[in-house]
Design a protein around this ligand. Sequence first.
Ligand code: SAM
Ligand code: SF4
Length: 354
Amino acid sequence: MTMTSLGLPAIRRDAGDPAAEMPRSGPLIDTFGRVATDLRVSLTDRCNLRCTYCMPAEGMDWLPGDELLTHDELTRLLTLAVTRLGIDSVRFTGGEPLLYRRLEDLVAEVTALRPRPEIALTTNGLGLARRAQALADAGVDRVNVSLDSLDAAHFAAITRRDRLNDVLDGLSAATAAGLGPVKVNAVLDPVTGLSDAVELLDYCLRYGYQLRIIEQMPLDAEHLWRRDATLGADDIVTALAAHFELRTDPAPRGSAPAQLWRVNGGPATVGIIASVSHAFCAACDRTRLTADGQIRNCLFAADETDLRGLLRGGADDDALELVWRAAMWRKAAGHGINDPGFVQPQRSMSAIGG
Ligand code: SAM
Ligand code: SF4
């Protein structure tokens, strides 16, 4: 099968054509030399919470069932990513990945790939108490559990659901199942967030969880994000430093999105993911696959590359590989949130996969 018969982007080898330089094998690289080794896979756009910074209270249109990748399509693309594209770390996310019915099967299938990638999960924790052990047995290595406040009223206001205790149960089950060190992801509320952060760090230190505070990004479904209505990394560090001794972690950060701070002399750390105020795009090592089979080379990409259509049109693995490579080759230098002409992507976080 030729590229043109599939309607793939033409990668010509004319002089002056940037795509002519794209490597056809080896790591998944872009024109800036960044190598993507970390695949974020959204398993569903659905969720059982309605976090204000992510989803509307109601009225979200779900992806139609026939547009979602089937389990077999998903495992085929994951196999290709690991065995041909150099992906060494797979994170399942969503929407809420625990709503994906065959998650344990999928994890076991990815665990069986060689070289075996590291397998992680980002979850809101609802139902994790019941499933943590089965997920660990299937091969999940690490989990991040999202928790923005320990105050039941704040939690319910942020998530629009009264489920704090389920999340806390999920956290302890994850530790008991050996999925530690468990990370806690927190997006702070602009009003209550600084005091929530102090309580969260205290709690995480007590239970051995690693707190990661994420700056709120313009990825909400209602496009209500305003820079001046969110908390920035500097505000958060100042608030925490009033209660804990913080020192920047001397360990090299590499491609990790979080700037780490040693707390009270260490070894415990708190991480701040300052995607807006201190962007780390130059070190990005991610590629993303949405639940409906689109490749996104950035959370904030304006366009996507359709692998589902190619798969269903009979494309072979060589063709899929080339299209995935071309999608990443085109990755922009940065997300552009701080540029005057920035336009928020059409899809919101729950539909992209955070
Ligand atoms: N439902 C799962 C969860 O909440 O962990 C997985 C999907 S969620 C989209 C992944 C992560 O994205 C969560 O930690 C969530 O807090 C974060 N997130 C969602 N919307 C965000 C936004 N607008 N800015 C920053 N982080 C966001
Ligand atoms: Fe659901 Fe996660 Fe979005 Fe909250 S952040 S609404 S838990 S997908």
